[in-house]
Design a protein around this ligand. Structure first.
Ligand code: BTN
Length: 239
């Protein structure tokens, strides 16, 4: 596995997308600093210093897109939860893939599909992990956020977390690509807290309200709306 390291870059996802043809499947792009880190829904991802993780994994599982790939963000979020649990933390997955600790976001995941014309070139699975952030920087983020050092009260070894992350991610990756979300559904559900609750989901510019009934075998969120309708949601964000 090749690891491409940058001291500073605009965004590891942007770099990986632009240069995907140059690299093999399972290449890792990592930077100490990002000047234009990107999140879902055109948000920015804040650089909290070099002791945090800004990483993108280039994946080329096949020559054609498969719907299973859309669940890789959920697979990665589960992998990270297990690492945090080994550190005696109690992470929670906020559908589809944010990780929260004490209701504050500690991990963001952004997966992008790379096409050239009609040809599928691969995926760029990016993650930002707040490992060691000064409290004053965290408090400037416009939504509730935290970092592992704040939750645990001590510094976190970035190299150790990175090693564990790559080892665990690739350990079951080939199985995941064959089986998809059913492989992890039970473990994923164990780390979510919304089932049975009334929730609001922002989908593009609309807000949908309902009771979270289940997360189905494809990783979709199933809502029961007030009018009794069952709604399958495959993208969006809990608000
Ligand atoms: C989100 O929560 O909206 C997703 C955030 C993803 C941030 C990571 S940091 C590494 C990679 N490069 C980026 O520009 N974004 C992802």
């Amino acid at each position: 596995m090749e690891i491409i390291k940058f001291e500073e870059i605009n965004s590891t996802n942007t770099y990986a997308k632009e240069n995907i043809e140059k690299y093999d499947d399972k290449t890792i792009v990592i930077a100490n600093h990002q000047t234009a880190g990107r999140g879902r829904f055109k948000r920015t991802w804040t650089d909290l210093g070099s002791e945090n993780i800004y990483m993108s994994i280039i994946l080329k599982p096949s020559n054609e897109f498969s719907f299973i790939y859309a669940n890789l963000t959920q697979y990665l979020s589960l992998t990270l939860c297990k690492i945090f649990e080994d550190m005696d933390l109690k992470p929670e997955i906020r559908w589809p893939n944010d990780i929260l600790i004490n209701k504050k976001k500690v991990v963001g995941i952004l997966c992008e599909t790379v096409m050239r014309g009609n040809n599928f070139k691969g995926l760029v699975l990016g993650t930002g992990i707040n490992l060691n952030a000064p409290e004053h920087a965290i408090s400037k983020i416009d939504r509730p956020a935290t970092a592992l050092n704040i939750e645990l009260g001590h510094d976190i070894d970035k190299t150790e977390i990175l090693e564990k992350l790559l080892e665990r991610f690739f350990d079951k990756y080939d199985d995941f690509i064959k089986v998809g979300f059913p492989l992890i559904r039970k473990a994923y559900l164990n780390r979510t807290t919304i089932i049975g609750k009334d929730v609001k989901v922002s989908i593009l510019d609309k807000i949908v309200e309902g009771k979270a009934e289940e997360i189905d075998v494809s990783g979709n969120l199933i809502l029961r709306l007030k009018n009794g309708e069952r709604k399958v949601i495959n993208m969006g964000e809990l608000v």
